[in-house]
Every structure is written in structure tokens, then in C-alpha cells.
Design a binder for this molecule. Structure first.
Ligand SMILES: [Zn+2]
Length: 421
């Protein structure tokens, strides 16, 4: 047997880990006895029992029929119990597609905080649709409808739990635990008799989504602890929230869980050490931080990235004040931008400087000037094009989905003459 995780992965799946990471799509895959996994953007696991299916997650509503067809290739049993690992749109909104036409409504388990999440969705449906379009489509809101507005799912939870929950279906025992991580409503499931771990989005074949620039607070320290709790259970298979499964390989399961925990712990410790060292402005902390890097295929920045995780640590411990006095009660950006452009001698020298900074590879500095240019002259076609070009270049130079799409969205805003502010 190969001991190198990459070789082992290759042997298991017949493809490289790079091909199989975050965006792995496929199914049905039998990960253990009577246990099926399938993924289309997000993953779904079905445990077949004598009393019916125990389903973990349900996919995006628009992808759920395909995921359900994968599951139904393996079992025609009704859904007895569903668990939502958290209330995100790609996990808790597709259950209807998995139900048999004549079956009773299943029991639906979730952590009690999902209710507050769905209430937030009801309170801010347009904001949520807009940020998801920026994150997943790299577009400006209302350019085209990608995400439905949503509040509660069609099948809301019927059983809410606080810390832990154990249950049996058809003689098979399932253990569910809560952990704050990507969300404050996260649950993960372990089936001891089959050795299968369903970590939800606490494991996604990429740098953990613990930094997301547009979303609510994340908890990388609790997340790391949960990953170590999972490793202690010694699972042999993992059915992740995103990406391909690990099948019958306890060593790979342990390595993925513990390396991801260590990655998060390192970011948290180093960020706190810098906060303690003079409480510098936020952006200075981020610039001074030595971020961990890994060659492991499960720790590549395909979706989120380490720098943003540090930002979330700073936000939790430090509030929203950046540390720059002018940003405590700032002037309107358009006024500041007009001032900068006037000092530069007009918009032309600013555009010229943006072009030369881009040429020399300093995309970050070019972006600051681009923002001022657009805010000072949003109706000027040359400015719109120049700024859109800056952010298209930045998108092309990045690897994480969030960064790429936020820059693509910034280009779309610039093209429309709408400062991304
Ligand atoms: Zn997800």
C-alpha cells in the first residue's frame, strides 16, 4: 500500500488530488457498506438502513435532483432522517428532491442556531443574493439572477440540538456534534459502525472557508478543535462538504484532519501574537503576518485563503476599527478621491500611474489608485475601462474562488461606473 497521501489518492480515485479537490463532482460512490456519497458543488451522503435513509445535507436546490438521482441509483428507501450540517444555501435547501412521492415528511435535524440564520436570510434577502453573486458569479447584483432570495428552507428542521445528539435508525447509531467553524450553526456526524465521518464544510479540500470577506464571523480556533475531535474518532472514510470522498483510508483521514487543524491553529496564534505586539492597524498585521503554506492537496487556496482567515481573527478580537485615525469617521470617499486626483494634477496622470504600476507588477498599489479614479470620475469611460482592466488583471493573477470573483465583480462594477463601495 502507498503511504504518500498523493500516491494513495491517485490509487484510490485514478486521478490526481489536484483534479479531485474542491470542485470534485461525481457519484454515486460507495464509501462504506450501504453508504453512498455524491457531490455536485456540495456533497450529500446517504446511509441506507432497515428503516430508511439517513441523509446528510441536501445540496443546492437547483442541483438536488441530480444528487438525488445518484442516491436513488443505490437505494429506493424513503428518507427517514436528514441532517443539515449548517444552514447555507448549498446544504439545507434541496431536501424535497430526495423524498419519495408517497413518503411521510422526514425528521430533520440541525443545530439550534440555524433558525437565527434563516431569520437573517429573511431580513436581508437582497443583500444575500448580491454578495453571493459577487462571490460565486463574479458579477454585479441584478446583472442576472443566479441566486434565489431565500429565508427558511421548504423543509425546516424538526429537531434542534445544542451540543451533541446521538440517534439510531434501523439499528445503526449516529453521533452528531456541534462546533463553531465556518458558521455558528455547524454540525458534524460520525457513524461508528461504518467508520464514516461527515464533517460538513469543516473539511472541503481546500484552505478552510474561515476568512470569507463578505460573510458573518467565522471561528478558526473552534474549527481546529473540532477537526482534532474528529481525528480522535479514527474515521476510515470522509464525506466532505465539498470535494471528493476519502474511502477506507484511516491514515489519510487522520492526516487531512490534523494538518488542517494545525494550519488554522498556526494562523490564529501568529495573528494574536501580532495583535499583542503593539496592537497595530489591521492591514499592517496582515502584511507582517507569515502565513502557513502547505503542499497538501487539501490545503490549497482554491476557495478561501489564509490571509482572509487572519482578518477574521482580527475582527473577532479587534472590532471593525482599522486603527487608522482617518478611518474612524472618514470623509465621503468621493470627496477624498477628488482631493487625491486634484493633488495628482488631474485624472490623466492618475490613469498613467495606474498603467505603469500595472506594468511593473504592483497590482495592489494600482488598485488603490484605481479606486480613487473611479470614485472621483465614475462617469468617464476611460476611467471605467482602466479600472475594469486593473481588476481583470488582478482576478487573472489569483487562485481562490472568492478573490477571483470579488475582483471580477469589481471589474463589473467599474464597467458600469459604480464604485464598489
Ligand atoms: Zn458549503
Amino acid at each position: 500500500m502507498c503511504t504518500n497521501p498523493r500516491d494513495r489518492f491517485q490509487a484510490l480515485f485514478g486521478k490526481s488530488p489536484e483534479e479531485a479537490k474542491f470542485f470534485w463532482t461525481g457519484g454515486p460512490v460507495e464509501v462504506a457498506e450501504r453508504t453512498t456519497f455524491a457531490s455536485l458543488f456540495s456533497g450529500v451522503t446517504a446511509f441506507d438502513t432497515e428503516e430508511g435513509l439517513v441523509l446528510v445535507d441536501s445540496g443546492l436546490r437547483q442541483f438536488a435532483p441530480t444528487l438525488a438521482s445518484f442516491v436513488r441509483q443505490q437505494s429506493k428507501a424513503p428518507v427517514h432522517t436528514a441532517l443539515y450540517t449548517h444552514g447555507h444555501v448549498d446544504h439545507a435547501f434541496g431536501l424535497a428532491a430526495f423524498l419519495l412521492p408517497d413518503q411521510a415528511s422526514p425528521r430533520v435535524i440541525a443545530h439550534r442556531n440555524v433558525v437565527a440564520r434563516f431569520e437573517r436570510y429573511e431580513r436581508t434577502p437582497r443583500h444575500n443574493a448580491a454578495l453571493n453573486e459577487r462571490q460565486f458569479d463574479g458579477s454585479m447584483p441584478a446583472e442576472r439572477e443566479v441566486f434565489d432570495t431565500f429565508g427558511f428552507p421548504e423543509y425546516p428542521p424538526t429537531v434542534l440540538f445544542e451540543d451533541t445528539l446521538a440517534f439510531e435508525v434501523g439499528g445503526v447509531r449516529f453521533e452528531v456534534r456541534h462546533a463553531r467553524g465556518e458558521t455558528d450553526d455547524h454540525a458534524w456526524l460520525f457513524c461508528p459502525s461504518r467508520g464514516v465521518l461527515c464533517p460538513g464544510d469543516l473539511l472541503i479540500w481546500g484552505v478552510p472557508n474561515a476568512g470569507n470577506p463578505q460573510k458573518a464571523q467565522r471561528y478558526p480556533w473552534d474549527w481546529a478543535r473540532a477537526l482534532r475531535d474528529m481525528a480522535a474518532l479514527e474515521p476510515s472514510s470522509i464525506c466532505p462538504g465539498h470535494g471528493g470522498p476519502v474511502i477506507d483510508d484511516p491514515a489519510l483521514c487522520r492526516t487531512m484532519l490534523t494538518e488542517t487543524a494545525e494550519f488554522l491553529e498556526t494562523i490564529v496564534e501568529r495573528t494574536l501574537a501580532l495583535l499583542e505586539d503593539g496592537s497595530p492597524p489591521h492591514v499592517d498585521i496582515v502584511r507582517r503576518l507569515e502565513l502557513p503554506r502547505s503542499d497538501a492537496p487539501w490545503l490549497q487556496p482554491v476557495y478561501d485563503e489564509a490571509e482572509f482567515i487572519a482578518r477574521n481573527v482580527i475582527r473577532f478580537y479587534g472590532g471593525w476599527y482599522t486603527g487608522r485615525p482617518s478611518e474612524l469617521k472618514p470623509s465621503p470617499r468621493a470627496e477624498l478621491a477628488a482631493e487625491i486626483v486634484a493633488l495628482a494634477g488631474g485624472i490623466e496622470p492618475v490613469l498613467a500611474r495606474i498603467a505603469s504600476l500595472l506594468e511593473s507588477g504592483d497590482h495592489a498599489l494600482a488598485s488603490h489608485l484605481a479606486d480613487y479614479a473611479l470614485e472621483a470620475a465614475p462617469t468617464a469611460e476611460a476611467v471605467r475601462q482602466a479600472v475594469a482592466h486593473v481588476y481583470e488583471r488582478r482576478a487573472a493573477a489569483e487562485s481562490s474562488l472568492m478573490t477571483v470573483n470579488l475582483y471580477r465583480a469589481a471589474a463589473a462594477y467599474a464597467t458600469a461606473g459604480r464604485p464598489f463601495a
